[in-house]
Design a protein around this ligand. Structure first.
Ligand code: 13P
Ligand code: SF4
Length: 360
């Protein structure tokens, strides 16, 4: 079906990462003692990350992993971690890992007093919207997202004025303010289903123009969208994927639907981050390229022995703000707390719950 991209006056990109982090965020780690007890307790975790973390580095990392896991129990906290978290977070301290949809669903089930969201700010806001009475912490409040920064609540009100009667679906990668102005949320895992659930001939699907274009090709619903983009996925090009295929003819290419449609065209499969992980586990390819954020391949590699991961990948500077030492600080000092204005949260909750309650 046809797609129309509505351009914002000024494209607002998320602030660039201003911290000096290495790929695994290890430069700012506190020195804690590595005892025999900690070595034994963290040995099963090291087994899962030993393909990435040299043995000589583990004595600096293991005590922080251990301290987080102890403190988490004392605080009755749960750690919800996105699939883009680094391996020591994903395998070492997370209670739940998943894509945006799974994390939102898990946030509704948690009985913990405290949710520590290891992901970006809109994910923590979604947890707070769904759990107004719980304490929601994010280890770095500056962990943003170029999509969430690309549109404001005022922009959505203007869209509503210009397109009366057209339902507005917002990607979950938006602020609570934006969610509050929309009819329903979606994620990359359910965008087609959400759009079609509305029974309308025309739908505004905002703010990711590429997700919208990829959805438009799978439905008869006419899609209007917004000129937002993920700064990580829009950098991939169809040409580079074709070059990789020439060098590695037997490689399977799996792409995230935030990539431009011509990139998705080059892929053997496109899906949410968890959809990509499931595809690799089910199909067990010899060689695979995950056209997405770099930690995905790192995390899934330990669960898929025999699969060879071919680069390229791109780092998300916002996701990489979340480090083990910041998670420890978050639990020690109970910071940074994520708060959402109750009136905004109540309206945003309607959008998020409509999505969660859709039958899959
Ligand atoms: P998923 O919902 O597929 O995990 O995507 C979230 C995201 O931010 C991808 O860039
Ligand atoms: Fe946002 Fe892209 Fe980073 Fe996901 S990968 S959090 S969409 S900037």
């Amino acid at each position: 079906m046809a797609i129309t991209i509505i351009s914002s006056n000024a494209r607002r990109q998320a602030a660039a990462c201003d911290t000096a982090l290495d790929r695994y965020g290890r430069v700012d780690m506190p020195e804690l003692e590595y005892t025999a007890e900690i070595a034994a307790e963290t040995a099963p975790i090291y087994e899962k990350v030993k393909h990435l973390i040299p043995a000589i580095e583990w004595p600096a990392i293991a005590p922080i992993v251990h301290a987080i896991n102890v403190l988490k129990k004392e605080r009755n906290a749960v750690i919800l971690a996105h699939n883009y978290m680094t391996p020591e977070i994903y395998h070492g301290v997370a209670d739940v890992v998943g894509d945006s949809l799974q994390l939102a669903r898990e946030a509704t089930k948690s009985e913990a007093d405290v949710i520590v969201q290891c992901g970006v700010h809109f994910m923590a806001e979604t947890s707070k919207i769904l759990n107004p009475d719980k304490t929601v912490l994010i280890p770095d409040i500056k962990a943003g997202c170029s999509l969430a920064e690309s549109i404001t609540a005022a922009d959505v009100r203007e869209l509503r004025r210009k397109h009366p009667g057209v339902p507005i679906v917002t990607y979950v990668n938006t602020s609570a303010d934006v969610k509050a102005e929309c009819d329903i949320c979606c994620t990359s895992a359910n965008a087609v289903q959400v759009v079609e659930s509305l029974g309308a001939p025309r739908v505004l699907l905002i703010p990711d123009q590429y997700l919208a274009a990829n959805v438009a090709r799978q439905t008869d619903v006419e899609i209007l969208t917004w000129a937002g983009a993920c700064e990580v996925h829009e950098r991939f090009t169809a040409e580079e994927l074709r070059e990789y295929r020439e060098i590695e003819p037997d490689v399977k290419i799996i792409a995230h639907p935030e990539c431009p449609p011509e990139v998705v065209d080059e892929a053997d499969f496109a899906g949410s981050t968890s959809g990509m992980i499931d595809w690799v586990k089910q199909n067990n390819p010899k060689k695979v390229m995950l056209v997405t954020e770099c930690s995905m391949a790192d995390n899934v590699a330990s669960e898929t022995p025999g699969v060879d991961y071919v680069r390229p990948c791109n780092l998300c500077p916002h996701m990489k703000r979340i480090t083990l030492s910041k998670i420890l600080d978050a639990l020690v000092e109970m910071k940074d707390e994520v708060l959402v204005d109750p009136e905004i949260a109540a309206r945003a909750r309607v959008s998020v719950e409509r999505m969660i309650n859709l039958k899959s």
